[in-house]
Write a protein that binds this ligand. Structure first.
Ligand code: GLN
Length: 474
């Protein structure tokens, strides 16, 4: 029996209870057994074994040596293709490694494969992928459930125990919401903590890499390995990365936790409100001071996000034009037609919708009314948090307004799909760190998540708060 904990697995490897080869062979077996869930876009047994062979020749000490990780297929990787779950990048083989994945490789991690996602990370159910949807491993046989999104493949890979951890990206909730749907831990750090270099861009002022794990301790280990300054990303923060794991402490007594009244939203299922209340009570028992706070501009967060993110996406995705790399249409009679057909055939419906919205809100005549206005509101939302954090150390909310829903249930109604992000988007707009940890179940016995938000670059306290709640949750 292999432990689900990175910490314990590293101990077993150290004590030679298991070898790196045996460990990874075990995971290869598990991945093959669960191929029906469509979690991986790229999985090649030989590539995993090759990495093992390389590591076996390496005598140095590495902090993640031999640990099997899954990588969201938005991170460029040199020895595996990178598709962003899009037809337009179907055959793209990057010649370089992203900053985050390079750091994990330097620490001795083994990449078991590239995980499925919503096309270009646009979605909340991993159902806009060109490679088909991923099935939540917690589904009952008769009702396949969505794993959340966009990093649904990574969250599902951890939930199905096909790896010990996985990378994700979070632009408006894409780590926290799937973590909640799949019953795993997912942390989105402060904007700028992990370099965006080598990650296919969606909305550059919001995109942030982070990790999924089985528990909070492991999240602290992987976060430390992923974070760091990188001059190739102009928004990368030059801050010292703390030793999150060494500094973990579940005693958060004396801290003040803010509970924002605007997160009590009409129509939120009773169970979601219930676990939120439970978490607050548990924290109070642990000697934490609970403070009711207000984040008055919360209700504008979703509309603001759904202007800014598509605006940036429309600009970022302009590079996929069939000229330099990626898919190129075969039906070409002129340059214009080449662009049109390449983009028309290469992008899926949701990506096209975002490009259209983004182009519209940036166009002459509408720019001031939409994009500029949204930027101003974004500032107000960030200010709300700045004010709130003068009175509290952490903010606790539910992660998502529901548990995992049946596949395709919300696919035809984009607005309904966008509502999934209601609790995660405000912190994204403010660039704040947030974690989701499994907390309680709904009436169908599906996991729910609690979100803990912290001050900029205060990942340590966010992790400590999460550890405290995790331990109280059994
Ligand atoms: N669900 C949100 C969206 O569709 C968030 C996606 C993300 O964080 N990448 O834009």
């Amino acid at each position: 029996m292999i432990s689900k904990s990175i910490k314990k697995t590293l101990q077993s490897l150290e004590q030679k209870d298991i070898s790196i080869r045996e460990l990874n062979q075990e995971y290869i077996k598990k991945i093959k057994e669960k191929s029906n869930l469509n979690i991986f876009i790229h999985f090649e047994e030989q590539k995993i074994l090759d990495q093992v062979t390389e590591l076996e020749k390496d005598n140095s000490n590495k902090r993640l040596k031999g640990i099997p990780l899954a990588i969201k297929d938005l991170f460029c990787t040199k020895n595996m293709p990178t598709t962003a779950a899009s037809k337009i990048l179907e055959n793209f083989n990057p010649t370089y490694e992203s900053f985050v994945t390079q750091k994990l490789l330097d620490d001795g991690a083994i990449f078991v494969g590239k995980t499925n996602l919503d096309e270009f990370a646009m979605g909340s159910a991993t159902d806009t992928s060109y490679f088909g949807n991923t099935i939540n491993p917690l589904s009952a046989d008769d009702t396949p459930l969505a794993p959340g999104g966009s990093s649904g493949g990574s969250a599902a890979a951890v939930a199905a125990n096909l790896c010990l951890g996985a990378t994700g990206t979070d632009t408006g909730g894409s780590i926290r919401q799937p973590a909640s749907f799949c019953g795993v831990v997912g942390i989105k750090p402060t904007y700028g903590l992990c370099s965006r270099w080598g990650i296919a861009a969606f909305a550059s002022s919001l995109d942030q890499a982070g990790v999924f794990t089985h528990n909070v301790e492991d999240a602290s280990i992987l976060l430390e390995s992923s974070a760091g300054f990188d001059k190739r990303d102009s928004t990368s923060a030059n801050v010292k990365i703390p030793n999150y794991f060494e500094n973990l402490n579940d005693d958060i007594s004396g801290k003040t936790i803010g509970i924002p009244k605007e997160y009590s939203i009409d129509g939120t299922p009773e169970e979601v409100s219930q676990i939120w209340e439970d978490a607050i009570k548990v924290l109070e028992k642990k000697g934490v001071k609970i403070k009711n706070i207000s984040l008055p501009h919360t209700k504008y967060a979703l509309p603001t996000y759904y202007i800014i993110a598509p605006a940036e996406a429309s600009s970022n995705l302009a590079r996929y034009d069939g000229v330099k790399y990626g898919y190129r249409s075969k039906e070409i009679n002129s340059l214009d037609e080449m662009y049109e057909n390449t983009r028309g055939q290469g992008f899926g419906k949701e990506v096209k919708r975002r490009i259209l919205i983004g182009t519209y809100v940036l166009s002459a005549g509408y720019y001031d009314a939409y994009y500029l206005k949204a930027q101003k509101v974004r500032k107000l939302i960030a200010n709300d948090f700045n004010e709130a954090f003068k009175e509290c150390d952490l903010i606790v909310t539910p992660t998502a307004p529901s548990a995992a829903f049946p596949l395709h249930q919300e696919q035809d109604d984009p607005i309904k799909m966008y509502l999934n992000d209601v609790f995660t988007v405000p912190a994204s707009l403010a660039g704040l760190p947030g974690i989701s940890i499994p907390y309680g179940k709904d009436k169908n016995n599906l996991p729910l998540g609690i979100q803990i938000l912290g001050k900029h670059f205060d990942e340590q306290q966010v992790l400590n708060g999460a550890l405290s709640l995790e331990r109280s949750n059994g």
